[in-house]
Design a protein around this ligand. Structure first.
Ligand SMILES: [Zn+2]
Length: 94
């Protein structure tokens, strides 16, 4: 998916799946927005905490989320990208 297509897909995801159905859990408005520009995904490095690692080396892996923030109060939720991709795949095939 090219950058611009991805951005449009994320906008559609927020508009169809979030905007009308989910009020902000802090302020109750429906003003969800995505990050400005093309950087719509937050990448985090998932690891096993060293104290629980029992000597095994766990390099971890990258996990991506789509941050959606409330335009009114700044409350931010992170949507796991796997859920978005599943939604997008279903939408493309129907
Ligand atoms: Zn809010």
């Amino acid at each position: 998916m090219a950058g611009e297509d991805f951005l449009h897909a994320v906008q559609a995801f927020v508009a169809e799946k979030w905007q009308p159905h989910h009020p902000c859990d802090r302020c109750g408005t429906f003003q969800w927005s995505i990050l400005p520009g093309y950087a719509a995904v937050l990448s985090l490095h998932a690891i096993t905490p060293p104290a629980m690692d029992y000597g095994q080396s766990s390099p971890g892996y990258e996990v991506e989320f789509i941050p959606i923030y409330c335009n009114n109060c700044g409350n931010t939720i992170n949507i796991y990208i796997g859920v978005f991709m599943e939604w997008w795949t279903k939408r493309e095939t129907t």
